[in-house]
Design a binder for this molecule. Structure first.
Ligand code: PLP
Length: 388
């Protein structure tokens, strides 16, 4: 056997792997588990996008290496999409990088811009994959607490200025995983000023960009004046179009950051299967009816679930975006002991907040990724434990 490199050994443990194991152990006992612990969209890719892939797969051109840095038609579709959806002008050749899923871009970004010891500001709680790239780049992570009283937005004033002065990069993510919070124009404007003042590059993870509730469409970071001078936005097809298995996304924004991603990717890949690129362009350019229906489905699930949870006496806030609910753990439990209790006694799997960082302690994350019937049943099962 070959020992793993020191670098690999420093990577954080994949928290969700242990959660999956626990869930499988309970299923193996013959229990009907309602699994709300993971973030895997449950609905199929819209049929017109699947049909576009099937048709494009027959094109022999796509069976060869696709062009480095992706087909221009897809980058142009990205520019059209950003103009149409957000009123943002993008140069398709200089300001777009095609990604093998959002996760790849998020992990690559620290490798692209950081030297060992550089500081990265990371939201806590936050999506754990931000940590991986930071470790691979041998950079240092500084957490930005997200607190309920600040609507889960970081408070830049609370950060230690000596540390902030060493920061080269920061991650943000709205609509937010795990808290379900959304950003405001004024927060993004504050972010641009902060980034300009300290010379920090901003990576805004817009994975849930399509999913905002109560008629409020989530705003793009790039809609903020000056945003393109300080950062990029990472978009993925996984959630908006239920294409998580396809592994495709893109980064848009700051030209030098996009060039850095492209340089790294020139060494890692050639480019993605052309047929996937063609179907992705179809997703961006054709009717967005499927997206409106997707948002309506999640909103209806949210309403049903939050109502049922409040009915059992659990005092919770409704998320304003994403497909997650972030629920406070009752007194006497940690996020992990509470998640274990729900799994073992109610057969409902949720993700313990501690898996998203120290400030995630005291919460569990619920994915609204099953039918309203099952969500209601999950609330009823939890209600039977008489904890509230
Ligand atoms: N960012 C956030 C906040 C996510 O929750 C996810 C997926 O769960 C991703 C990025 C990555 O998505 P993908 O790699 O499928 O594009």
């Amino acid at each position: 056997t070959f020992p793993q490199s020191n670098l690999l050994q420093q990577l954080p443990k994949q928290f969700f792997a242990s959660l999956v194991q626990k869930v499988h152990a309970v299923i193996a006992e013959g229990r009907d588990v309602i699994n709300l612990g993971q973030g895997n969209p449950d609905q199929p890719t819209p049929p017109h996008i699947v049909a576009a892939l099937q048709q494009a797969a027959a094109n022999p051109t796509y069976h060869k290496y696709s062009p480095f840095r992706g087909y221009s038609f897809l980058k142009e579709a990205v520019a059209t999409f950003y103009k149409r959806e957000y009123g943002v002008t993008i140069d398709p050749e200089k300001e777009v990088a095609i990604l093998f899923g959002g996760k790849a871009g998020l992990v690559e970004m620290p490798l692209c811009l950081l030297n060992p010891g550089d500081v990265v500001l990371v939201p806590d709680p936050g999506y754990p994959d931000y940590w991986s790239g930071v470790v691979l780049a041998r950079a240092r992570m500084e957490m930005m607490p997200l607190r309920a009283e600040n609507n889960f937005l970081p408070n830049y004033e609370e950060l230690d200025e000596r540390v902030v002065k060493q920061a080269k990069l920061m991650f943000l993510n709205y609509p937010n995983n795990p808290t379900g919070a959304t950003a405001t124009q004024s927060f993004f404007a504050e972010t641009v000023s902060f980034a300009q003042k300290y010379g920090v590059g901003v990576v805004h993870d817009f994975a849930y960009g399509a999913i905002g509730f109560d008629g409020k469409k989530p705003i793009s970071f790039l809609q903020t004046e000056g945003a393109k001078e300080v950062g990029i936005e990472i978009y993925t097809f996984s959630k908006t179009y239920n294409m998580a298995g396809w592994r495709i996304g893109f980064a848009v924004g700051n030209e030098s950051m996009i060039e850095a991603i492209n340089v790294l990717q020139d060494h890692l890949y050639v480019s993605m299967f052309g047929a996937i690129q063609e179907a992705a362009a179809v997703a961006l350019l054709q009717s967005q009816q499927c997206v409106y229906e997707l948002v309506a489905t999640y909103e209806s699930r949210r309403n049903t679930f939050i109502h049922a949870i409040r009915e059992i006496g659990w005092d919770v806030q409704a998320p304003s975006g994403s497909f997650f609910a972030w629920l406070p753990v009752p007194k006497g439990y940690t996020s992990e002991t509470f998640a274990d209790l729900l799994l073992n006694q109610a057969h409902v799997a949720v993700a313990p907040g501690i898996g998203f960082g120290e400030h995630g302690e005291g919460y569990v994350r619920v994915g609204l990724l099953t039918s309203e019937e099952r969500l209601k049943e999950a609330a009823e099962r939890i209600g039977r434990l008489q904890l509230f």
